[in-house]
Design a protein around this ligand. Structure first.
Ligand SMILES: [Zn+2]
Length: 164
C-alpha cells in the first residue's frame, strides 16, 4: 500500500477513540488533523503499518506530543513488526504516558515457507516466554517458529519491567 490510511472510530459520547492506521508513515502522512477529534483515551491500531521512514517517524512523534499536550492518553495495540522495531529504538515513541497493549510477532514455517503474524498480549504473564513456543502452521500443520530474536523483540517491554 502506498501512503497512509487513517480511519477514526469514536462514539460521540465515548471516552475512547479508536484510530486505525495502515500503510506507510512518511513525509506524505499528516496526522495532525485528527488530534482535535480524539477522545481522552486513544487506542491506536497499528496492525496494517508496513513501513515508517525517518520523516514519518518525526511526524508520528509530533502527533504523540500533540495528543499528550491535550492531556489525552495513548494506547498502542496490534503493533506490526516495523512498528515494534521503532518502539525498541525510539525511547519516546509511545510518548511520556502512553503504553503498548499488544504486538504482532512474525512466525515462519520452514516446511512450506508460510509466514504468519501472531498477536502477543503484553498484559498476559510473561509474553517473552510465549515467543519461545512454536505454533502449528495453518498451511501444512508443521511447526512454525518465531522469526526474529526472542531476547530482543520485546526489549522495550522487558526493560519497562513488564509494567504496562
Ligand atoms: Zn507450513
Amino acid at each position: 500500500m502506498k501512503g497512509t490510511s487513517i480511519e477514526l472510530k469514536a462514539q460521540p459520547s465515548s471516552r475512547q477513540s479508536r484510530l486505525i492506521l495502515g500503510g506507510e508513515i512518511t513525509e506524505d502522512t499528516d496526522l495532525q488533523p485528527v488530534v482535535t477529534k480524539l477522545a481522552p483515551e486513544v487506542v491506536v491500531d497499528l496492525e496494517r503499518i508496513t513501513r515508517i521512514n525517518s520523516v514519518g517517524l518525526r511526524e508520528w512523534l509530533s502527533f504523540v506530543r500533540a495528543v499528550e499536550a491535550e492531556g489525552k492518553r495513548l494506547i498502542l495495540e496490534r503493533c506490526a513488526p516495523p512498528v515494534v522495531a521503532q518502539i525498541n529504538m525510539i525511547a519516546n515513541f509511545t510518548g511520556a504516558n502512553g503504553s503498548v497493549r499488544s504486538v504482532l510477532a512474525p512466525y515462519h514455517c520452514t516446511s512450506c515457507g508460510a509466514d504468519q503474524l501472531q498477536l502477543i498480549d503484553l498484559n498476559a504473564p510473561n509474553p517473552e516466554a510465549k515467543l519461545e513456543e512454536s505454533m502449528k502452521c495453518p498451511s501444512c500443520g508443521d511447526e512454525m517458529v518465531f522469526d526474529d530474536l526472542p531476547q530482543s523483540y520485546l526489549m522495550f517491554h522487558t526493560l519497562d519491567g513488564g509494567s504496562n
